[in-house]
Design a protein around this ligand. Sequence first.
Ligand code: PEP
Ligand code: MN
Length: 639
Amino acid sequence: MIVILKKGITLEEKDKVASTLKGYGFMVREIVGENETVLGAVGSVHVDPRIIELLPGVSSVVPISKPYKLASRELKKDDTIVTLGRVRIGGNRVCVMAGPCAVESYDQIMTIAEKVREAGAVVLRGGAFKPRTSPYSFQGLGEEGLKYLQAAGKAFDMPVVTEVVSPLDVEMMTSYIDMFQIGARNMQNFELLKAVGKTGMPVLLKRGMSATIEEWLMAAEYLMSSGTDQVVLCERGIRTYERATRNTLDCSAIPVVRKLSHLPVIGDPSHATGIRDMVAPMSLSLIAAGASGIEVEVHNNPEKACSDGPQSLYPQQFEKLMRDIEALCPVLGKTLEKTPRIIPQSIKEPSASVDLSTSENNVVAFQGERGAFSELAARRFFNEDVKVLPCHFFKDAFDAVSSGKASFGVIPVENALGGTVYDPLDLIKVHSELKVVGETQVRVVHNLIGFPGTKLEDIRKVYSHPQAIAQCRQFLERELPWAEAIPFFDTAGAVGFVKESGDHTIAAIAGSPAALFHNMEILRQGIETNPSNYTRFYILEREDNASAFTRGRKKEKASFLFNVSDEPGALMKVLEVLYQRGLNMQKLESRPIPGKPWEYTFYVDALIPDYSQFEETCREIASQSVGFRLLGVYENGLV
Ligand code: PEP
Ligand code: MN
């Protein structure tokens, strides 16, 4: 059962509720959500829920209807994020795990690890214990293989995942690996599940080849009830009558599982298809279906592979796949999980960049209310549970970063349809202590949000930011011609306003996080006229802190500003430098200089072809302009 606690419950009251439940023989888990805290009570005992409901501090008790409890979405509404070092799996991230089917030698795993890491994989896979259909096939290198896998993971700064086949190996394996894999053939090996669950470590749970979704979730329940909440599910194809592929990839399992469970679900297109050429299209299908990532087999010499050669990608095929995934992610409103690229000296110093997932003190400032697109951008760029500081005005967000109240600012600078957001450009100019250390983009999907159960025909007024109203004009004219569209200060704030009003005849237009945050319902999804609607954000940080964050990250793009003297061809001289130096300009914007009528500051974003030449380029631009300032050099976030 789910015991929903009152907002003001005291610590003693909560302890009392938990100990009462335990007294009845329940296993109790506390789940702290965005809006409420609940105690999940699972076990085979039966207690009249009214007894629990009467305890002080309890708001209500809801039974869990599914046979799996800890794994069910009923118990926990928010997506679970599984953490492997600095890699995070779940939510809107797409996490790519890659490597050979089996670890075959030290050199082999080192070579492949380097290749997949370079292409963008963040977790290294490789089997050391291979459960093979034939006892005469290669069975893996065992503990020796684990040592090689661990060494490759360390050298290339990637957490490693590998299959466990026996409860007797579990303890030995914990010192070598970051994540256990339970293979399809062992999905219902309950003794193995219990032994692995007891470690509390992350687990990748493959779907058994003949398992129903419910049986698969019950296997997850075994892991969770034994002691781990770090479970990632993996669809890897099921056995059907079809023999054209090794198994039949059940892509539809992805949205089904996402609805039933809060656990991240990824897909394995390699074992699902068994055919190299099918791996890339199925990877993209899995991600489009909502998978939080994929696990793919890659081999530097598949013809000679000891196992699963025909389904292993060549490294070049994997690189191409990663580029396609990167292009697909923003369309789906997802972020490809990345870790800082390795620069040679940082191989010895793998944690060179700032690890926001563990740094308690990092606060990210944004303009807008909770649930705004800027908050979404902040969580995408950093992580879901980063601490955020909502600021009413842009100026407040800049001041928060300057004063140290926040470590970073996530600030919109441009919308693909609406164009430049001007205030931030003007503020960047006066805040010379801040640097642009990164950029990210978010696809802006608008939704009509109101009270649960509201019918469209009852809506009389729709509140939102004027830009959002304009972007949804077609929907409003077609579906709600009688409703009045009323401008509001921001989109997420409009949802809060509707909620507070208690009026069921009004609704708001905003992103889905705003509905979640305010516990309101999405009445219509994706109502924007043009779906190619993206907003681009700068990540700002104080210059005196910026070097730690940017170390190890690619230096692909630069933002700078300058003024020009009032003479013919002054701007052209600067542009000539960009042309000569091969900088590909992505944006050129001009803003009036306050107090100097008809004079302008120019803002440029450009791709840098060769960073080693960039200082010289800056000197040349400075010599052809007035007041040149480099705003920052960072990794291209728009690929
Ligand atoms: C594997 O990933 O190496 C593997 C054996 O997969 P499955 O258990 O899905 O067959
Ligand atoms: Mn394999």
